[in-house]
Design a protein around this ligand. Structure first.
Ligand code: NAI
Ligand code: MG
Length: 357
């Protein structure tokens, strides 16, 4: 039997709660499928480790993860540790160390979930946002000078490389080609930023020209926010820079109803190193330990992980079970208007798996 080696890093807050639920569901999905098994190893990295050792993960952390097929990640963030420490020293250390240059976020409204848009508009949401995850505005290039003086200055320089833009655009084109509408929106701001963004446009145009079956549109990022709200059906696959896609994907998840549902993959399309899959939400201190964290985002994450590892049928089966549970509307956590616990939703999804083939 095929064995998938999965590293589970729950991290902080509700991260370990939803990842534990996700691991139960992964095991149940594998059992229902019958063709593979999941060997899951837990890593207790995160803020608790930081408080005792001063490190979010061991110095040889990346080496420990290298041999896994994928990483299943919860969240980082603790009230007593600055966010830039928790983020850069664990989550971003893995994303950058493993060159997971494509952040892929699917968004749609799950059955019976109501988002903030009118019903007929909300139902049109079926998007995949592909975010450049390795350079751009978050390259970390820049500096501060004249500290403490009236002339103090702070600068961040956006970095766009031909190789970086080409590879993210190609990955977005491949995703767009795999979807029925074969439609790609290239998001830009080249009217105002006339160097890096014009270069981004040129390189993207060169890549998309190699996909004649795709319909390609170029849209300014500000207009894109309006389009996602007013005409969600005009959007399908989207490629955008690190900063632009960061903002657009938060808008997307808000339009899809709850932070507790969304999933994302930090992908190394070259498959040289493990990719990392995570629910989009953070560590949610306000509900940590109460047993009411919505685990559906972790389940969607698990479905993406299975698809990436070549178990697409199992991933679809898991999503069908998730949709069966949201569709019935009976067993939902409080963020979706229900009263169920994390454990009850997990049990309901596992029970639903049996009815789907
Ligand atoms: P958050 O996503 O943790 O929580 C925002 C709100 O959504 C809270 O009211 C929370 O209870 C609710 N929520 C989130 N996930 C939920 C779930 N699964 N079920 C039910 N309700 C849920 O974002 P916030 O409060 O801005 O950040 C808290 C910490 O998490 C910070 O330290 C932040 O830096 C970190 N964070 C980490 C992320 C990551 O690891 N990828 C992503 C976002 C935030
Ligand atoms: Mg964000």
């Amino acid at each position: 039997m095929r064995r998938l080696r999965i590293a589970a890093i729950g991290g902080d807050g509700i991260g370990p709660e939803v990842i534990a639920a996700g691991c139960r569901v992964l095991a149940a999905t594998a059992a229902a499928d019958g063709g593979f098994a999941c060997d899951i190893q837990d890593f207790d990295w995160g803020s608790a480790m930081y408080r005792t050792t001063g490190q979010m993960m061991p110095a040889d952390g990346l080496r420990q993860l290298e041999g896994f097929d994928a990483i299943f990640f919860g969240a980082v963030g603790a009230p007593d540790i600055p966010d830039h420490v928790t983020l850069w020293e664990l989550r971003l250390a893995i994303c950058q160390g493993f060159d997971q240059y494509a952040n892929v976020r699917p968004t749609r409204l799950l059955p019976s979930v109501t988002g903030p848009l009118r019903e007929e508009l909300g139902r049109q949401i079926d998007w995949v946002i592909v975010r450049e995850n390795s350079e751009g505005e978050y390259a970390g290039v820049g500096g501060r000078a004249h500290r403490g003086l009236p002339i103090e200055v702070g600068m961040d320089v956006a970095v766009f490389t031909r190789a970086g833009v080409e590879r993210i655009c190609r990955h977005a084109c491949e995703i767009a080609m795999s979807r029925p509408r074969k439609h790609l929106t290239v998001v830009t701001k080249s009217n105002a930023q006339r160097h890096g963004m014009v270069f981004w446009d040129e390189v993207c145009a060169g890549v998309t020209a190699q996909y004649p079956e795709l319909t390609v549109e170029k849209v300014l990022v500000d207009a894109m926010t309006a389009r996602m709200v007013m005409q969600p059906g005009r959007v399908d696959t989207v490629v955008a820079t690190n900063l632009h896609a960061d903002i657009l994907s938060d808008l997307a998840s808000a339009l899809a109803g709850s932070l507790g549902i969304g999933a994302t993959g930090n992908i190394d399309p070259s498959r040289k190193r493990p990719s990392m899959f995570e629910p989009i939400h953070g560590s949610a201190f306000d509900i940590t330990g109460k047993g009411i964290a919505n685990p559906l985002g972790a389940f969607w994450t698990a479905a993406m992980l299975l698809e990436h590892l070549g178990e697409a049928a199992a991933g679809r089966r898991l999503m069908a079970a998730v949709e069966a549970v949201t569709g019935r509307g009976a067993v939902l956590t409080p963020d979706l208007g229900g009263t169920a616990t994390t454990a009850a939703v997990t049990d309901a999804v596992i029970a639903a798996l049996a009815g789907i083939n």
